[in-house]
Structures are given as C-alpha cells and as structure tokens.
Design a protein around this ligand. Structure first.
Ligand code: CTP
Length: 423
C-alpha cells in the first residue's frame, strides 16, 4: 500500500469511543469471485489499528472459507444465523451493533443489497446490518447487466437515501468476461470508506486547501526546473482532513501521489484534486478556492524561481558549445500571499512547512513570523524529503512547540490536523 495510506490509529485518536465501541469494524462478505479480495481489506484495516469481525454469507462460503480470515486474525468469523460454532453467544446477530464503529459489506452482491433494502433478517449478514445503528458502507460487485438493471438501481437509490455510503463498482472486464461497470471498486477506495465511516467526523462542514508535490518550471520544449518532492506528506494531510469529514481541495504539482477520485465514494464530502504544473498555476488554483476555505495547509515544494523561458523549441547543443548561464526570476510565495489575504481576526487557519539544512528551530520560528502562519512544521533535508517517515520540529503562534521523531507521514498528518483544528 502507498505510504500516504498507511494510517495507524490508537484509541486516543478516537475521542468519541464509547460503550466498548473501540477501534473495531465489521466486514460482511457476499458471494462473488471478488470475495477473496476481502482478505486484503481485512489486513489493511488491521494494519490501521482496527480489530475486525467478519460475516460470510452462505453464498460467500462457496467462494471462500472462514479459514484464511481466521488465520489473518479476524475475530470472530461468522458463518450462520443459527448454531454457528464460531459465535461465542446466541446473540451473534447483535454483536457488531454493540461493538463495531462501522459495517462494511464488500463485495456486496445484488441479493444482499436487496436484503438490506428490505430489512430482511433471514441471513446473518443482513440481520446484523438491521441491528446496526452506525454507518453502513456497501461496495457492490456483480455482472454489468445486473448492476445496470432497474431493480439494482432502485435498491442503490434507496440505500443512498438512507445515508448508506456507496463505493460504486469499477469499469472494465468483469470475472464473467463482460465489459462494463460491475467489478469490485479499487480496494484503496473501500479501505478509505471503511476508515471514514469508523472515524469521528469532527471536521464535517469545514473546507480545507492543501498544496502538495513539486512545481515544474518549463525552460524549453523538453526541459524544466523542479525538485524531488513526491507529495506524500501533503497527500497524508489531505486524507487525514478528509477522513475526519472535511471537504478537501488538493492542489497537486506534477507527479504527485494517488488520491481517491472525486466520485469514488458516494454520500461523503469529496476530495477535489486540482492538477497544476507551475508555481503560478498553483497560486491561481489555490486563490480560486481560498476565500471559501477554513484551513490552508501548504506542503508543496514550490520552485522559488523559474528559468527565463527559451520558448517551445528544443535548445540545441550547437547554440552554446562553450556552456551557458541561466537567468531565473522569482515566483510568488503561495503561502505568504494567501496568509496575507486574511483580514485581522479571520478564522482561516494556516499551516506551513519548512525544509531546512540546519538551525531547524530558529528557521521554523522565523518562517512562523515571516509567513504569518498559525503553525510551521519543519524538517531537515533528508528527514522527510522522498521518505515514508518524517522527523519534525513544530511551532505554533501561541509559542507551543513539539519534536516528533520518525513518525510515518499519515500518523504525523493525523496529529498535525488535530493541532491545527485546536488553534
Ligand atoms: N511556499 C509557498 N510558495 C513558495 C515557496 C514556499 O507556498 N514560492 C511554502 C511551502 O509550501 C512551505 C513554506 O512556504 O509551506 C516554506 O517553504 P520553504 O521552501 O521551506 O521555504 P521558502 O519560503 O522557499 O524559503 P527558503 O527557500 O529561503 O528557505
């Protein structure tokens, strides 16, 4: 899994945990060739710090057995409404509702969607869902004709109207060989939908801008000036904000990392991605949304200068046999420009980053003042550039500081979002 998706939660990250509802998810699996893919989901949520219970429908058990789920540590793995040897109490149909924060059905078959709509309690999975008050996520998988059928459309519409989160199937060749929409969605979308359903939505109703990745300043028809930023820290922050309910606008430089697509999960505020190339384009895209934002997090490694352009043709060796010098002109400072647009007392909060080669704490304090940011996160070059972890010194406008060593970027992102939200 990509580094920016590797979230790891502890109970302290979930302040609303109550009634024994800790970091726990229920995964329902239906009859589909894609049933085996539920094993990957199980693994990913466990890696994120969740315990996972699994319910296999009778049809699912034609495709997969309980054994690999148990071997990977799912507890319990339910297989039947009555006399289930794995259920520790006669109330197996109530247990997910008592202990889990979210219920994800992946893959969800047409038959189970119909049972969920009807509130049928004739199989354990829909019965558990009926007794579940928390967020429900469905990730359907079926033949394209079945997915397009008015009966399925009707069922999906009803589930949507009840606030069920839907991860629509992907388009391509399905297991039966037909082309169309029907195969199980990208697992990354289902993984994120499960996390989002399970995590506190303390940023619901807020909007956040995140700049990320490098910028690319074109010199001639084939060459440009740029840097090695991957956008991992910015993508981790964009996801941390979005997982907590914020509508996020990610302004991404070229080559920046994967983010969920806008319509990947129905029923939640989207994560909008604005792809740009140069520093000027990044400023324009950020300016366009800034007035509606509650927060701005500026992680992009913006090129401070652009080479004076040689135009669209390729610069030939014969033009400079003895070598040549380039003239660079300054680019706008995006963070400074947008932070300065805030009026006194503006509720907009701003977080900046500082990449330094020495004197980290001093440089962070300097940038906190010079950029008029609410907090600055500084790291030494080599400690965070192009790596999965980051070692940082953080300072805010109230004089608070922290030093965190070698934290995975998504874990750091979660802490930083909590900090910014509390300012
Ligand atoms: N930044 C920006 N626009 C720029 C340059 C930087 O928005 N043209 C933002 C970065 O996204 C980061 C912060 O400003 O949040 C600091 O960036 P950094 O490269 O560390 O510092 P610079 O401002 O470029 O200053 P210097 O190169 O002198 O350290």
């Amino acid at each position: 899994m990509e580094a920016h998706l590797a979230f790891r939660f502890s109970p302290a990250d979930v302040p609303d945990a109550e009634n024994g509802r800790g970091l726990r998810l229920q995964l329902g699996v239906c009859g589909s060739v894609a049933a085996y893919r539920a094993l990957d989901l199980l693994r990913q949520w466990q890696d994120a710090g969740f315990s996972v219970g699994v319910t296999l429908t009778p049809s699912a058990q034609r495709f997969v057995t309980p054994l690999p789920f148990e071997a990977l540590g799912a507890t319990p793995v339910y297989t039947s409404l009555f006399e289930d040897p794995r259920a520790s109490s006669p109330f197996a149909h109530l247990e997910p509702g008592q202990t889990c924060r979210a219920f994800v059905v992946a893959p969800a078959s047409a038959a189970t969607l119909e049972r969920l709509v009807r509130g049928a309690a004739d199989e354990l999975l829909p019965c558990q869902a009926l007794a579940f008050r928390g967020p429900l996520v469905v990730a359907p998988a079926m033949n394209p004709a079945m997915w397009e059928h008015p009966a399925t459309r009707h069922n999906i519409d009803i589930l949507r109207s009840r606030g069920v989160m839907i991860v629509p199937p992907g388009t391509g060749r399905t297991a039966c060989g037909d082309l169309g929409q029907g195969r199980l969605a990208d697992l990354r979308h289902i993984y994120l939908a499960g996390l989002r359903a399970a995590l506190p939505q303390d940023l619901a109703g807020t909007r956040a801008l995140v700049t990320l990745g490098p910028t690319r300043e074109v010199w001639d028809g084939v060459r440009f000036w740029s840097n090695a930023s991957t956008g991992t820290m910015g993508a981790s922050l964009a996801l941390a904000l979005w997982l907590r309910g914020a509508e996020v606008h990610a302004v991404c430089g070229p080559g920046a990392v994967w983010l969920p697509s806008e319509n990947a999960i129905e029923g939640v505020a989207p994560l909008y991605r604005h792809d740009v190339t140069s520093a000027k384009e990044m400023l324009e895209a950020s300016m366009e949304v800034w007035s509606q934002m509650d927060m701005g997090i500026f992680t992009a490694a913006v090129a401070d200068y652009s080479p004076e352009s040689r135009g669209p043709a390729k610069f030939k060796k014969s033009e400079a046999p003895e070598g040549f010098s380039l003239r660079f002109t300054p680019n706008p400072d995006i963070l400074r420009t947008l932070a300065a647009k805030r009026k006194n007392g503006s509720p907009q909060k701003v977080m900046g980053f500082a990449a330094e080669s020495g004197n980290l704490a001093t440089a962070v304090q300097g940038k906190l003042l010079s950029k008029r940011a609410d907090m600055i996160v500084g790291n030494l070059l080599g400690d965070g550039f192009g790596t999965a972890e980051n070692t940082v010194h953080v300072a805010d406008r109230h004089g608070r500081t922290a030093d965190w060593s070698r934290l995975p970027k998504p874990v750091l992102a979660w802490r930083l979002v909590s900090w910014l939200a509390s300012l």
